[in-house]
Design a protein around this ligand. Structure first.
Ligand code: SAH
Length: 390
């Protein structure tokens, strides 16, 4: 394969020396011919010594590093990386009869920057965040079939995650099925619709936190805001909650939740609310023992961080002010630019504002099938707290 070479400026070698997998466009020496978007490039220092190989894209993050070893980026490379990623999930015990949902590949966390693969029972959904990965999709597909068998259903869904200028189509690459497709998490059945749903159809990253809610929920009345397909609601009901209200601004999301509630036969103890959570939380109509706050990322970029923090503070303040004495709030942020310290402080600020006593019972994060590459701290994005309000 023809690989272009790009040289990195002398004063920009530190980050790559620390094995950070991103090289910014400003780190490249000036006056070099840039390759086509998606190409595999070989990075060198100004003297021509090998540094790394990665996918090029004419953007702020110019290269996503695939390897710091001088090796070919070919079928065998993808086979190795993908089978390693799957081996980790097997070791984590994520494939069994009660759990058939997990993230198989988590970008930088699996040394495959730009690639996400989610798994539902017998179907793998590939989501590419870089053109280089999208152009490698045949190799990725073959590596998946090799690791998981030829019966595997594979669907490619990258039209939401690639730059708009790139022509993409979402389609089955292997096998076929109708969606929603059934799969299990923690013994609960879900109908997953990756074709029409958000992301790859399910928010897998909350698996452990949902299980934790289940352990606190016995005999409790729960409000699950930003419920999407109802994961927290079902976990609470399975854990013995007496009543759960699920709220989302999207009617489609509420339909998905209702479908999952029916599938698991919890209909008698559940109700739905289609509303804007921020508005609804201002004045709750009922008392709750547990409130779940799992909003979408309020800040996608650093310049929106201040605004996002105001949003998290307001939302948490409404919940803290109104929850029953002794009640619990499961509160989350998936904004990568709001780190866990800032998030904790924001929740503490909301507690101060409410005038109530608040204790932190649990500090939560993304699960092990969403690993953080130690050299890429940006990979840590999901954080949460369980707080008790006296
Ligand atoms: N807790 C969910 C995932 C939440 S994703 C789970 O466990 O699966 C965020 C959800 O928030 C989406 O379903 C989206 O439709 C919803 N949402 C976005 N803005 C909202 C708003 N202002 N009010 C209520 N829901 C909102």
């Amino acid at each position: 394969m023809n690989e272009s070479t790009l040289r990195v400026r002398k004063n920009k070698l530190d980050s790559i020396g620390r094995k950070h997998p991103w090289v910014f466009s400003g780190a490249l020496m000036e006056g070099q011919d840039l390759p086509e978007d998606g190409a595999v490039v070989c990075l060198e220092d100004p003297r021509g010594n090998f540094l790394a190989k990665g996918h090029f894209q004419n953007a702020t993050i110019a290269i996503r590093v695939l390897t710091f070893t001088d090796e070919l980026i070919d079928a065998s490379f993808f086979r190795k990386r993908i089978s390693n990623a799957i081996a980790l999930r097997r070791n984590l015990g994520l494939f069994h009869k009660d759990n058939s949902i997990c993230r198989l590949v988590h970008g930088e966390g699996d040394s495959l920057p730009g690639l996400v693969i989610d798994y539902y029972n017998d179907a793998a959904i590939i989501q590419c965040h870089s053109l280089g990965m999208y152009q490698s999709i045949e190799l990725i597909k073959n590596a998946l079939l090799d690791a998981l068998g030829s019966e595997l259903i594979i669907y490619s869904k990258s039209s939401d995650t690639l730059p708009k200028r790139v022509e993409t189509s979402d389609n089955f690459l292997s096998g076929n099925c109708i969606t929603p497709h059934l799969a299990h998490e923690n013994g609960i059945q879900y109908a997953i619709d990756w074709i029409n749903g958000q992301k790859t159809g399910f928010f897998i990253d909350q698996r452990e936190n949902r299980a934790l809610l289940g352990r606190y929920a016995n005999g409790k009345k729960v409000l699950n805001t930003f419920c999407y397909s109802g994961g927290f609601s079902l976990s609470a009901l399975k854990g013995g909650a007496t009543l759960v209200h699920s709220l989302d601004s999207s009617k489609k999301a509420i339909e998905l939740t209702e479908q999952n509630i029916q599938l698991n036969q919890f209909s008698g103890k559940h109700d739905t609310i289609v509303a804007d959570a921020m508005e609804y939380m201002k004045d709750l109509k009922e008392d709750y023992d547990i409130i779940v706050l799992d909003p979408p990322a309020f800040a996608k970029h650093r310049d929106k961080r201040h605004q996002a923090i105001q949003g998290y503070k307001r939302l948490n303040a409404h919940a803290i002010r109104q929850i029953k004495p002794g009640g619990l709030i499961f509160t989350f942020s998936c904004s990568q630019v709001v780190d866990k310290y800032l998030f904790n402080n924001t929740v503490i600020a909301a507690a101060i504002e409410s005038g109530r006593n608040v204790r932190i019972l649990e500090q939560l994060h993304q699960p092990a099938d969403h690993p953080v590459n130690a050299f890429h701290p940006e990979g840590e994005y999901l954080k949460g707290l369980v707080i008790q309000v006296d």
